[in-house]
Design a protein around this ligand. Structure first.
Ligand code: SF4
Ligand code: SF4
Length: 389
């Protein structure tokens, strides 16, 4: 059976526009009755990476959350909206602050839904299968208490993981500071991809609806730039949805460790030939010129691994605090899982740094730059820029 991905146009975040788009999208997948029944409790899990206002495009837009919550309330469901923010401020995850700043509290109020902070809603212990450094771990209890879970990711690039969407959005089910601990224990992209695959394996998700009305390009998941895409995507297959979203932004999903690993672990479909489309599109749409994070490659080159490693190392970037712009808030220091950032000077000890890029991701002022170290690579990039002028 091929996987089905629905894609519809949605020009902006006005409620009427989003409402019509969501209805077209869900109708194309069989209608709401294919997913929910009156009387059920439905958990909506948006991307709430931190206290970021919607216009930054780092989080799922509250209009998408509100429209879906309102529809589910009309059907007769109890609706929960829940997540746990990334990072820590003053030693605690900024979930309460993020629920306000991201607009989810207001969306819940408007729709008659209930907010669930995953840092204060209890946990369920699950076992790991795809990694061995932790035989058991905990995920937020509401995801197991709800009858139906709808995953609501945002289309974004990611400086460490290249791309973040449906699969990676479930990392928010790890409450509070447990996320930093996972980053410390799974310091490579490959091992972290196994963590994400395992969380997805352990999690009963009925449907994923992706907000790609305005995505984030460049240095995502928080320091990139908003990019108008004008689409909503949905599928019951998270791997297929991520594969389609990657191709949408001109990226081969096979080079994204989280997507490729989930596919290899049997969590969904990746091959374009095995994915069909419904909604406003009969075939794969593509947004041209979508900017990837610095140093990330679009395609899976058929070159020897040695050559690939050489090129990757040549253009590799690493985090560096911009001393002129830094406001000394210490959020990067608090959130570094291996204590690699000096609290006074904010200099990074690269012999300790595991390149998780949490500092880059969580700095609220965009002051952790990704800097290319190789002088030859810098000269080549400078030359390329001059030639394109
Ligand atoms: S780099 Fe960013 S997070 Fe770190 S202290 Fe400076 S402003 Fe705060
Ligand atoms: S310095 Fe930044 S990239 Fe390096 S380990 Fe710490 S948080 Fe991760």
């Amino acid at each position: 059976m091929p996987a089905v991905v629905g894609i519809v146009n949605c020009r902006n975040y006005e409620l009427a526009e989003v409402e019509q788009a969501v209805e077209r999208l869900i109708t194309s997948l069989g209608g709401w009755q294919a997913f929910v029944r009156p009387g059920q409790t439905v958990l909506l899990k948006p991307n709430m990476i931190g206290p970021r206002p919607p216009e930054q495009a780092a989080t799922t837009h509250p209009a998408v959350v509100q429209v879906i919550a309102t529809k589910l309330r009309e059907i007769g469901c109890t609706v929960w909206i829940g997540d746990s923010a990334g990072g820590a401020i003053g030693g605690i995850a900024p979930t309460a602050q993020a629920l306000k700043v991201c607009g989810f509290e207001a969306a819940a109020q408007a729709a008659g839904a209930e907010i669930k902070s995953f840092d204060a809603s209890g946990v369920v212990e699950v076992t790991s299968k795809f990694f061995d450094f932790k035989p058991k771990y905990h995920l937020a209890a509401p995801v197991f208490q709800a009858d139906v879970v709808i995953n609501l990711p945002k289309l974004k690039t990611h400086s460490a993981a290249i791309y973040t969407g449906a699969l990676k959005n479930l990392f928010g089910l790890v409450p509070g500071l447990g996320k930093a601990e996972f980053h410390r224990q799974a310091p490579t992209n490959e091992l972290f991809a196994e963590v994400i695959a395992d969380i997805n394996r352990n999690t009963p998700i009925t449907l994923t609806i992706m907000d790609a009305v305005v995505g984030m390009e460049g240095a995502g998941p928080t320091a990139g730039d908003p990019r108008e895409v004008g689409l909503l995507l949905a599928s019951t297959d998270r791997v297929a949805l991520d594969a389609v979203a990657c191709r949408l932004i001109g990226l081969d999903p096979a080079v994204v460790p989280i997507v490729q690993t989930a596919y290899e672990r049997g969590l969904g479909e990746l091959a374009a030939a095995n994915i069909t489309f419904t909604g406003d599109y009969a075939e794969q749409p593509v947004v041209h010129g979508y900017r990837l994070p610095a140093g990330k490659k679009r395609s899976n080159p058929k070159v020897a691994k040695f050559m690939l490693n050489t090129v990757v190392n040549l253009f590799k970037t690493r985090p560096q605090v911009n001393q002129e712009r830094c406001r000394k808030c210490d959020i990067c220091v608090e959130n570094c899982p291996v204590e690699a950032i000096d609290p006074q000077s904010k200099l990074i000890d690269y012999s300790v740094c595991i390149e998780c890029l949490c500092c880059h991701e969580l700095c609220p002022h965009g002051c952790v730059d990704l800097v290319r170290q190789n002088k030859l690579a810098n000269a080549l990039m400078g030359l390329a820029r001059r030639m394109h002028k």
